[in-house]
Ligand binder design. Structure first.
Ligand code: NAD
Length: 270
């Protein structure tokens, strides 16, 4: 059996490094390329050294075109601007791509959705089984409990995380809104300040904490007058995101052009 060629876009980042380690540890997978930002000090560096290991004979590159041409599937963890250029390149060379980057705005998400008509494209704010199960359960509970239960979503991440609220928290908000047959944009309350604290019925509130090295904690509370339900997920090691991303990328190579989420991979749909 020939190994599947995986191109990792953003291979010097925290997630990219972890994805490279997972790919290198599998006999069925081949790390065909690792792409770093063209301005990165890692351009031309051996990827093994980037991963704090011995050399592996594969250098990180700053120009993604060759990497994309030679891969069977792409895994992308970078930043929203880079994501947009990479999904366009993936479409040009007809390569499936998993986008793990978060913080994309609505317009960028719409463009990604459009591009997915040309290639298999998976957009995943969180690639862990547990967080996707949490999303499924959130939708189920939101569907079951009416608006007498207030929904509040909390998340905590490490001090270096750029986007807030996290992509996972927003995806949980979207799941809760779907459960209530509405759109998150119509009911989201991203912060409360001064005298704007009183809740409106049906609102979905967010609370964000940043600090230390927290890999990712999310909870969704349904707060009633006399009872409450809280669903929560804690991730203590980003290896779980990397292995989820690698499995999902392998799955993506067998799909036709279209837009996919982790819930398709895990078969967690209503
Ligand atoms: P990071 O800052 O450690 O890594 C991002 C890397 O992308 C950096 O090395 C940066 O130099 C690089 N980069 C920027 N522009 C680039 C370009 N044009 N080409 C190649 N590389 C480029 O961040 P991280 O913790 O690895 O997270 C990356 C993204 O993944 C964030 O948006 C984060 O929220 C998201 N994330 C998603 C999941 C998930 O399960 N989907 C899990 C964790 C993090």
């Amino acid at each position: 059996m020939t190994a599947l060629n995986i191109g990792v876009l953003g291979c010097a980042g925290r997630m990219g490094q972890e994805v490279c380690r997972q790919v290198l540890s599998s006999e069925e997978l081949n790390l065909s390329a690792g792409v770093v930002s063209p301005q990165s000090r890692f351009v031309g560096a051996d990827i093994g050294l980037i991963l704090h290991r011995s050399e592996i004979g594969l250098k990180a590159i700053g120009d993604a075109t060759e990497a994309i041409k030679n891969a069977d599937v792409l895994i992308e963890f970078t930043s929203p601007l880079a994501t947009m250029s990479y999904v366009h390149l993936a479409a040009r060379y007809q390569k499936p791509i998993l986008v793990g980057t978060t913080g994309l705005n609505d317009e960028q998400k719409q463009q990604i959705f459009k591009i997915s008509k040309e290639i298999p494209l998976l957009l995943a704010a969180n690639t862990s089984l547990g967080a996707n199960l949490l999303s499924y359960l959130t939708e189920l509970v939101a569907k079951t409990l009416d608006e007498r239960f207030d929904i509040e979503i909390s998340e905590k991440h490490h001090r270096l995380k750029k986007d807030a609220p996290s992509g996972t928290a927003i995806a949980l908000g979207e799941a809760a809104a779907r459960g209530r047959s509405t759109k998150l944009s119509q009911v989201a309350k991203y912060y409360r300040f001064g005298d704007a604290g009183v809740r409106k019925e049906g609102e979905i509130g967010f609370c964000v904490s940043r600090g230390g090295r927290i890999v990712g904690e999310h909870s969704v509370s349904f707060l009633g007058d006399v009872e409450e339900i809280t669903l929560s997920h804690t991730c203590s090691d980003r290896r779980v995101f990397a292995s989820g991303a690698v499995s999902a990328a392998c799955w993506l190579t067998n799909q036709k052009a279209g837009f996919y989420t982790m819930r398709d991979v895990l078969n967690l749909n209503f």
